[in-house]
Design a protein around this ligand. Sequence first.
Ligand code: PGA
Length: 253
Amino acid sequence: MRKPVVMGNWKLNGTKATVTDLIKAFSQSANNAANVDVAICAPAIFIGMVETLAAGSQLKYGSEDVDVHTSGAFTGENSPVMIKEFGATYAIVGHSERRGYHNETNEVVAAKFKAAQDNGLVPVLCIGESEAEYDAGKTVEVCNAEIKAVIDLCGIDAFKNAVIAYEPIWAIGTGKTATPDVAQNVHKQIRDYLKTFSAEVADGVRILYGGSCNAKTAPELFSQPDIDGGLIGGASLKVADFNAIIDAAKANA
Ligand code: PGA
């Protein structure tokens, strides 16, 4: 049985005041959700605050990206070692906004996955197709290539300690959630692809759905057999909405 994960991705949002309110609230939510991993991935500048505010609670947290280097002359980057030092558990890698706005290739994303994992963070590998790729029936091909780049660099066993987030780009921030059937079908095909390398890894890895997942859509999405929780953008900035999504995961844990 895979333990569900409900993970917020705050993107470029937050103030000291909102971070304080949200982390206080979600620390409590996490304490009341023993059978769900509840986590927040925050802008790097807030991670130190999150560490202090979440101390002693079950809330996990992480970064939204990570550099491939651990230190040195790389102005503006965030080292996985530094993120780990602030008590983070997770590092998102390969979010479509990073791939799109920062030209991160599958190979760069794989290197970030490796850097995160080598330094004690659990990588959350985001994959997913654009609307044009979806229309052209290329969803599985795109997702498999994004996964294969990681397998080529790190080996299949790397997914024993990683999370995958399937996020169709056309669903992110658009309000167009993939239907539970469409999402389940892709998640199953992702798992089937991993099975061609290792049945054990395929059965164990948690595959989250992301893309306009909200209080309304989460219950049916999370009831699908291959959907193990969600990566939540907009709704993770609202206490009631994120709590409702956690409740949906609890009901399916
Ligand atoms: P959204 O974002 O929930 O606001 O669509 C999800 C994500 O980009 O991780």
